[in-house]
Design a protein around this ligand. Structure first.
Ligand code: HEC
Ligand code: HEC
Length: 361
């Protein structure tokens, strides 16, 4: 793929995200487009945050059949028109764009659109695009096929993912049948049985084992961190000294300050419920996955999956002070860990969607 073309598209998507902020709609769009869609259109169903895994493993994905039975394809279509159409053609006989043409994708072999050059990551998947496979793929493309070229974080809201799949199903001269209510009930039963089993294992901390931060901070580049904040975080945050709150609280001086403490900003109870200071370690966990750190947080941003990029951002935040706190010492003096933005294939990579869009494989 031509990276210039990609950058243009990416720019358009990003601009769209910022435009939403301008309209005063929380820009869920940047990362959880589905959630925005649901609340903006005020469609049935609570907009509760997706439940977060309580163990290092991802939360088990809910079965698709019961969700498909309730799905509204028009809602799915509306989302694809806002997001997916930047990269995909949905018309019968439509051409490939940045991504493969999607008419007839349900039931078709994976990575098989004629004339489209897939990543080896997706080509490595054989089998058909069943509802269940689409459900996993659209939840988090980068986890389903690490190294995929699809630079899209995924749809975290289960029902909206099903709405989109239901819409994809209609793109056919003879759409695949939907699961029957009986099939849906059977899947639901099977899923709750296995959920009970997992509950009996002791709850673990919300953050998967992140690599030690001090070596990453030692090799961090605050200007790279600043560049990312200028692309992403600035839509919601002010970084200037004395800057006003925006959708999110002002961030000048955030390193070392108590969590959820900026004057005049109304924090979620989720973040207020986590007393203590924003140490480097806490920022590292928060920025890895805000919704896991403080389930129910108002920060509608998926997080930065790349460990070095996250450290770059933290290093930049640390400069936003009259007297920046010292960086943490590196244990045992082994500073030679992974220079550069190299953490191999972070599974959860909103950062690679944004900072390094062209390196999809
Ligand atoms: C930034 C561009 C981009 C966006 C946005 C995007 N996609 Fe994709 N999509 C791609 C690319 C590129 C691929 C090929 C992936 C590969 O080869 O690894 C792809 C592949 C796919 C495939 C697999 C198709 C096949 O032939 O095997 C499906 C299904 C899909 N996308 C659905 C969606 C849906 C639904 C959305 C919106 C919710 C979406 N995509 C948003 C770029 C994008
Ligand atoms: C879509 C808007 C949005 C984006 C994008 C966003 N944030 Fe936030 N951020 C928020 C909101 C809203 C809160 C308040 C969270 C709460 O109260 O639960 C917040 C809170 C925070 C806090 C806690 C501040 C405090 O005073 O306790 C930090 C640190 C932070 N964000 C950093 C970042 C960084 C760094 C980025 C970019 C990598 C970023 N945010 C991207 C909206 C956003």
């Amino acid at each position: 793929m031509d990276s210039l073309e990609f950058n243009k598209i990416f720019g358009a998507v990003l601009t769209a995200g910022i435009a939403f902020v301008g309209l005063g709609i929380v820009s869920d769009n940047l990362v959880h487009p589905a959630k925005l869609e649901r609340s903006a259109l005020n469609i049935k169903g609570a907009d509760a945050p997706t439940p977060v895994a309580s163990s290092p493993a991802e939360a088990p994905i809910p079965p698709i059949a019961p969700l498909l039975v309730k799905a509204v394809p028009a809602d799915g279509e509306a989302l694809t028109k806002k997001i997916c159409v930047a990269c995909h053609n949905f018309n019968a006989g439509g051409a490939n764009k940045v991504g493969p043409a999607l008419y007839g994708v349900v039931g078709r072999m994976q990575a098989s659109a004629p004339g489209y050059t897939y990543s080896s990551a997706l080509k490595g998947h054989s089998g058909k695009w069943t509802y269940a496979e689409l459900n996993k793929w659209l939840l988090k493309p980068a986890a389903y096929a690490p190294g995929t070229k699809m630079a899209y974080a995924g749809i975290s809201n289960d029902q909206i993912r099903a709405d989109v799949i239901d819409y994809l199903r209609t793109l056919s001269t003879s759409p695949e049948p939907l699961p029957t209510p009986a099939e849906a009930a059977a899947e639901e039963k099977a899923a709750s049985a296995s959920a009970l089993k997992t509950e009996s294992t002791p709850a673990q901390t919300a953050t998967p084992g992140l690599p030690p931060l001090p070596p990453l901070l030692a090799s961090a580049d605050p200007s790279r961190g600043q560049a990312l904040t200028k692309k992403i975080c600035i839509a919601c945050h002010n970084f200037n000294e004395g800057g006003a709150n925006k959708v999110g609280p002002a961030l000048y001086g955030v390193v070392g300050r108590p969590r959820a403490s900026y004057p005049g900003y109304t924090y979620s109870t989720a973040l207020k419920g986590k007393p203590g200071d924003w140490t480097y370690e806490e920022l590292n966990k928060w920025l890895y996955k805000p919704s896991a750190y403080a389930p129910g947080t108002k920060m509608a941003y998926a997080g930065i999956g790349n460990d070095q990029t996250r450290a770059d951002v933290i290093d930049y935040l640390h400069t936003l002070a009259k007297q920046p706190l010292p960086l943490p010492p590196v244990a045992g003096g082994s500073t030679t860990a992974a220079p550069g933005p190299a953490s191999p294939q972070a599974v959860h990579t909103p950062a690679s969607n944004t900072t390094r869009p062209a390196d999809g494989n």
